[in-house]
Structure formats: structure tokens, C-alpha cells
Design a binder for this molecule. Structure first.
Ligand SMILES: Nc1ncnc2c1ncn2[C@@H]1O[C@H](COP(=O)(O)OP(=O)(O)OP(=O)(O)O)[C@@H](O)[C@H]1O
Length: 334
């Protein structure tokens, strides 16, 4: 087993949700809300080995982005620690601003928002590496041209502005900017979710080519099981702030264990000739302001018993490299 480059150790993140103006006014009248705690991530442990890509999958609001931002050093964990090459991420990344980040780079969902519309893309790609002495100012132009070439863009485009590119091209620029920092780890947060399906495939293929060429290590966040399957060695399934299943990709897709993972697979539309065989997951995702007791999934789980309401199942080994957090694997739900 290769040693872990990234070690997430019992990490939680809570946000304080303060009442908005209307709620504060209602409070003055005696009917308002107090500050509440959002439990975005709860007691997550996960390691990522050098050269490995781990997918993080779950429905909207399950805490994927919050975990990604903690890995990138943008948020500080409320509890637990994240080590990167045996040093705390906060030290690796620098404390003050995102500008200091080097070894972990994050690629965001929205390539429109993540590029400054007033800066030529060549300058955007060059800014970080020059500031961090990864490349000398006089060599920056050739360096940027090389980076754009690597992501399949014409190096001659470097004097253009972001609005002159399509969504897929902008995401390539965002990838070039991240790679230009020579990161040890990439956190990709829904990098293709805002792109058309045909363009998604191009960007995913690019990522897989780069992965092979550069031996990249990555955490790939997506709500889409289909997307994660192609790019990840292992997949972690998250539900309401917790990892509920973790497995090598091929095994997870061949034989999902956790009832939530199984329900996720069944909820993916697979429309055959003249038939529909997908089933949405019953019920709503509960609020992280007030998560259910015991197993967070129990109110929506067809197999839930009294134990599931009482006790949170730990993420326990169910086979080599496979983990699941379900009482069905450990003595039953009664
Ligand atoms: N800065 C914040 N302040 C308060 N609550 C937050 C903050 N960031 C995230 N949350 C809450 O934490 C929970 C997890 O959010 P997060 O964005 O990590 O989930 P996600 O799985 O990435 O969802 P999505 O795909 O919709 O972004 C949500 O309930 C969200 O509203």
C-alpha cells in the first residue's frame, strides 16, 4: 500500500448560520430564530495515496464542497486534522489568502466565475507561477504557451480574454492555471457539471490524459456517479456530512453495499426501449441544521430498524479495501 499523500483524520466542519434581517426583526418581536449550527461535515476520515484519484459522490448539500475546501486549505476544520505529506494543510498552503496556495490547487464548477474577465488568460495562467518563483518572469510567456498546449488550447490564444472562450475552453484554462502551479494534489469540485454533455466528455478525457502523463493525485467531487466512475480509483459516497461507503471503483459499481449507495444507483435514469426503470430515493434529504439521530439515512432507508435510529453505524471494513457504515453488515438493525 503506497503511503498517503493526503490524510484526513476525523474531520468535522460546522458553520454558524446567523439569522437574516427578517429573522432578527422577528426575534425582536419574540418570534425569531437564534443562530443555528450547520453540520456540513461530520467525522470524516480518508486517505489519498500519491498518484491516486478518489471520487467524492453524494447529493447536493451532503458536504462534498466543504470537504474539498478544507483539503485545499480554504476552510479550517472545526475538529480533526488534515495532513498533507505529513504536515497540516494550513501550513502547507499558507494562512493568509488563497493566493498563497501552491501545493494543493482547486478547480471549481463554474469556469465563468473563476476567471477574471478583465485579465488576459495568459496573464491569469502566469500570475501564480511567477509570484511563487515556479517560473521566471522572462520565461513566463513560453511557460504559459506550453501549459495551454497541454490542455489542448492553441498557445496563440494567450492574449485573449475569458469572454472569447466557450465554457469547455474556459475549464481547460482553469485546469492550465492549476497545473501551472505544479501542484501535488488537485481538488476538482464538479469540474464538468456546468458543461454540455459532449463537452463534459472532452474535459474528462483531458483530465485522464493529464493524469497519466503527470501522475496526478486528485480528489474528484461530483454528484454524478457516471462521471466519477471514469476518473477515480476509489469512490467515497457521502450522505449528510458523513462518508457512508468507500470502495475501489470497479467493486463499488459492481456491488454497492450501503442502502444509500444502492438507492443512488437506482435513482440514475436508465431509460431502455419502451421502459423506465429508475426509482427516485424516497423522502427529502434532511437538513444539516437538524440531522436525524443514529444513521442519518434511516428516515429514507427501506431496511431501517430501531438500532439505526439509536446508533450511528461506524464506517467499518466489509472486505479488502471496502468500507460501509450500515448495521446490516454488523449484527442487524434491531
Ligand atoms: N459558508 C457556509 N456557511 C453556512 N453554511 C454553509 C456554508 N457552506 C456550506 N454550508 C452548508 O453546508 C452544507 C454542505 O454544503 P456543501 O456545499 O459542502 O455541499 P455539497 O455536497 O458540495 O453541495 P452542492 O453540490 O450543492 O454544492 C449545506 O447545508 C450548505 O448549505
Amino acid at each position: 500500500m503506497p503511503s498517503a499523500l493526503l490524510d484526513i483524520d476525523h474531520v468535522s466542519k460546522r458553520f454558524v448560520k446567523r439569522p437574516n434581517l427578517g429573522e432578527r426583526i422577528a426575534g425582536l418581536l419574540g418570534a425569531g430564530q437564534k443562530s443555528e449550527i450547520v453540520r456540513a461535515v461530520t467525522d470524516v476520515s480518508l486517505t489519498v495515496a500519491k498518484g491516486e484519484v478518489v471520487g467524492l459522490v453524494g447529493e447536493s448539500g451532503c458536504g462534498k464542497s466543504t470537504l474539498g475546501r478544507m483539503i485545499a486549505g480554504i476552510y479550517t476544520p472545526s475538529d480533526g486534522k488534515i495532513l498533507f505529506g505529513n504536515a497540516p494543510v494550513a501550513k502547507v498552503q499558507g494562512r493568509r489568502t488563497q493566493k498563497l496556495t501552491t501545493r494543493v490547487q482547486m478547480i471549481h464548477q463554474d469556469p465563468f466565475a473563476s476567471l477574471n474577465p478583465r485579465i488576459r488568460i495568459g496573464d491569469t495562467v502566469a500570475e501564480g507561477p511567477v509570484a511563487h518563483n515556479i517560473v521566471k518572469g522572462r520565461d513566463a510567456d513560453a511557460y504559459v504557451a506550453d501549459m495551454l498546449g497541454r490542455v489542448g488550447l492553441d498557445p496563440g490564444y494567450r492574449r485573449r480574454f475569458p469572454h472569447q472562450f466557450s465554457g469547455g475552453q474556459r475549464q481547460r484554462i482553469a485546469i492550465a492555471r492549476a497545473l501551472a502551479m505544479k501542484p501535488d494534489l488537485l481538488v476538482l469540485d464538479e469540474p464538468v457539471a456546468s458543461l454540455d454533455v459532449s463537452i463534459q466528455a472532452q474535459v474528462l478525457n483531458l483530465f485522464m490524459d493529464l493524469r497519466q502523463d503527470l501522475d496526478l493525485t486528485g480528489v474528484f467531487i461530483s454528484h454524478d456517479l457516471g462521471v466519477v466512475r471514469h476518473v477515480s480509483d476509489r469512490v467515497a459516497i457521502m450522505y449528510l456530512g458523513r462518508i457512508v461507503e468507500l470502495a475501489p471503483t470497479a467493486e463499488l459499481y459492481a456491488k454497492p453495499n450501503h442502502p444509500y449507495t444502492r438507492a443512488l444507483f437506482e435513482s440514475v435514469p436508465r431509460v431502455g426501449v419502451g421502459r423506465k426503470d429508475f426509482r427516485p430515493i424516497a423522502g427529502e434529504i434532511p437538513s444539516p441544521l437538524n440531522p436525524p439521530s443514529g444513521c442519518h439515512f434511516h428516515p429514507r432507508c427501506p431496511f431501517a430498524g430501531p438500532r439505526c435510529k439509536r446508533e450511528a453505524p461506524p464506517l467499518a471494513a466489509i472486505g479488502p479495501g471496502r468500507f460501509s457504515a450500515c448495521h446490516l453488515n454488523t449484527g442487524g438493525t434491531e
